[in-house]
Design a protein around this ligand. Structure first.
Ligand code: ADE
Length: 233
């Protein structure tokens, strides 16, 4: 999968050089390109924001640098055989990102993340690219971050780990929280007793049917307790 990111803080994305994401990039499974929006701003101070038209607090990101940066990415994409890119603008005003959305986005060939800052990006940028192609505003939850960078990293990791070959043992993807609509059951490892706390006997029994039944019960119980909304009852 090709992923382009447009940001005024490229350094945030250094985190994606680590761990599984870093390995996936080294192996060519994820082709990540991070673009500094300021390189598309041409005044002396490489200005990317301005005061809101009509008044109000804060600053709004100017459309021209965004236009140049995204046009450049789209022109580059046109020379490759991949399908039409999907442009995602992280925003607290977007559709809420879920595991189901991660699965859907993991089927795309090319994602572009546009990381807004300040009070957001001039609306005409969304309108321009929604008219020319596919655009989605996506929120990672009902809280406000300082910009789209952290939200993009969260989405790139959730999507990236679903790509074939990124996670070594694909079985580990199946039993996770949210994959089955339930939260994950509690996990234990050795030793069988730690500080007087014993691993539940069933897990030491070797009876796989009983272990599966216990884990399912724990998942349901945990979900009922923490996230009853997921059970829909
Ligand atoms: N930008 C600021 N807050 C955000 C959020 N909750 N989700 C996505 N992008 C954001």
């Amino acid at each position: 999968m090709r992923i382009d990111v447009v940001t005024i803080f490229p350094g945030y994305f250094d985190a994606l050089e680590l761990s599984l994401m870093g390995k996936a990039r080294d192996r060519g499974l994820i082709d990540l390109h991070v673009h500094d929006l300021r390189e598309s701003a041409h005044d002396k101070h490489r200005t990317v924001d301005d005061t809101p038209t009509g008044g109000g607090a804060g600053m709004v990101m100017k459309p021209e640098p965004w236009g140049q940066a995204i046009d450049g990415i789209l022109a580059d994409a046109q020379s490759a055989p991949a399908a039409e890119p999907l442009i995602i603008f992280p925003s607290p005003a977007g559709d809420v990102f879920t595991q189901a959305m991660a699965r859907e986005l993991a089927t795309e060939d090319h994602l572009v993340f546009g990381c807004g800052r300040y009070e957001g990006i001039d609306q005409r940028v969304f309108d321009e690219y929604a008219e020319r192609g596919r655009v989605r505003l996506v929120s990672i939850g009902d809280y406000v971050l300082n910009g789209g960078e952290v939200a993009s990293i969260a989405m790139i990791e959730a999507i990236g780990r679903l790509l074939p070959g990124v996670v070594g043992n694909p079985d580990s993807l199946v039993e996770e929280s949210h994959e089955s609509g339930l939260l994950e059951y509690p996990s234990y490892t050795k030793p069988a007793e730690w500080r007087g706390r014993r691993v539940p006997d069933v897990l030491l029994s070797g009876n796989h049917a009983a272990i599966d039944a216990w884990r399912h019960e724990q998942s349901v119980e945990r979900t009922r307790h923490v996230r009853p909304d997921l059970l829909g009852d």
